[in-house]
Ligand binder design. Sequence first.
Ligand SMILES: [Zn+2]
Ligand SMILES: [Zn+2]
Length: 159
Amino acid sequence: MSGAKTCRQCGTEVALTRLERVQGENAGIRVEIEGLPAYACTRGHRRFLAPDFPLRLIERLLQIDGAFAGPHAVKKGLIRKHYHCPDCGGELTGESSTHASTRHSIEIHQSAPFDVALTVPLFRCASCERDLLHPPEEVRGALMEAAGNAFRAANVPPG
Ligand SMILES: [Zn+2]
Ligand SMILES: [Zn+2]
């Protein structure tokens, strides 16, 4: 534990700041973070509050209800992936015109709360006209990539 924190890239002192808007996408999933707390030096280098901050943030996103509560499409096929409706069994061939979206206030490591908005794509079952989330493991994978892209875009290297 050191006293004054310094920038790992240029050695000048860092201060706590809030990043205005951090956003990233992957496979149709969009993550938008408003007011992400981070350290920044006067030259604009940025860093997370703690090395495990991005991991804890992603874990928290994965626990958000609504975005991932289902119902989920069922994936079949090893080589060519097909997606099926869990209710009627019909093959899902098209995306829904709507997306599911949620907005949550999150705190990590007693940080100031910040807002996270998630938008996830949906399948539309043509026979029973239900909107379905993509399979859970695909949603999780894409969300992790989207968050990683958001951090990269905001120039916050992990750790
Ligand atoms: Zn710096
Ligand atoms: Zn169906």
